[in-house]
Write a protein that binds this ligand. Structure first.
Ligand SMILES: [Zn+2]
Ligand SMILES: [Zn+2]
Length: 308
């Protein structure tokens, strides 16, 4: 099958999966009352999912892996060429999942590497899109380690779009605000229940539920936390226990230097920048109040949270 044809198929499957997950979140929500346009929705969609992914794909494949490939000739060893495509995909999914488990666990225990992971935990309303929020450096490290071996070992080119599809589908599934009962399969496949607990602001899970696709890593290494009930529904039950910037660029700056986002609003230039994109999005979303009828303060607050 031509690579282009495969890309069309994987994109089609992904679009269908997005529709299924969105419908599923409406039908069987894990937390009731979570809005679709929740806080941080546009930052996650526009900045993390679209813009960041687009540029990092070019950086990782064209400027990191491609130059390395010029000097590394592991493909000549013909290690994988005789393996069926499905076995190659399974091999890379499994080995990368173990790596991700270990690196993720390390990030939670190392104060410097936590700085490039905390953004992922910053959302207080976790849904299918929340998994996209990952620091630039975290993605560069993880995706280089993920895709470089596939290319350098000369695997079937089809492995890349298939694996990327599996990543995206799992990423959405484990973050989705859905109640799902997998029975005993939960000891094997990761579930939203286990990963949503990982996003909860409870001491018990600060060092638990690190798995991404296969939950058995957590059970195997003794880091599973599954109390059988959901975290509370209050903002303090979720995300980080400290203030975290709402702006995409400030979220990255925060990993290098701590500051108070609200205090920066004293500077006029910063205030203009800070409110520029939310204002554009608000306009695009058609969230405009009618002339002469001022919305109530609570409505304004809600809109402000929605656009971020
Ligand atoms: Zn984490
Ligand atoms: Zn997550």
């Amino acid at each position: 099958m031509a690579q282009n044809q495969l890309l069309t198929i994987t994109t089609g499957i992904l679009v269908c999966w997005v529709i299924i997950i969105i419908a599923w979140e409406r039908i069987a929500p894990y937390r009731k009352g979570l809005p679709f346009f929740r806080e941080g929705f546009w930052v996650d969609l526009v900045w993390y999912t679209l813009i960041q992914s687009y540029f990092l794909k070019i950086l990782i494949f064209d400027y990191i892996i491609a130059p390395v490939r010029q000097h590394v000739h592991w493909a000549d060893w013909h290690l994988l060429q005789s393996w069926p495509l499905a076995v190659q995909v399974l091999f890379f999914v499994l080995t990368h999942d173990l790596y991700i488990y270990l690196f993720h666990r390390f990030q939670h225990s190392n104060k410097y590497f936590w700085r490039i992971h905390e953004a992922h935990h910053s959302g207080k309303q976790v849904d299918f899109l929340a998994g996209s929020r990952s620091h630039v450096l975290e993605i560069v490290i993880n995706q280089t380690i993920e895709f470089a071996p596939i290319i350098l070992l000369g695997a079937d080119p089809a492995v890349i779009p298939i694996k990327a599809l599996v990543d995206a589908m799992f990423g959405m599934f484990i973050h989705a605000n859905i109640r799902v009962n997998l029975g005993r399969l939960k000891y094997f496949i990761n579930t939203p229940e286990l990963h949503l607990w990982h996003h909860a602001n409870y001491q018990e899970v600060f060092h638990a539920n690190f798995s991404t696709k296969f939950s058995f890593w957590d059970y195997l290494f003794g880091t599973a936390y599954d109390p059988g009930h959901a975290p509370g529904n209050q903002p303090e039950n979720w995300g980080l226990g400290y203030a975290f910037p709402k702006d995409y660029f400030l979220q990255h700056a925060f990993s290098f230097k701590r500051f108070d986002e609200q205090k920066l609003l004293r500077y006029k230039l910063f205030t203009q920048y800070y409110h520029l994109r939310p204002a554009i999005i608000k306009k695009l979303s058609g969230i405009t109040h009618k002339m002469g009828s001022k919305p109530k303060a609570s409505v304004l607050k809600q809109q402000e949270e929605t656009v971020w």
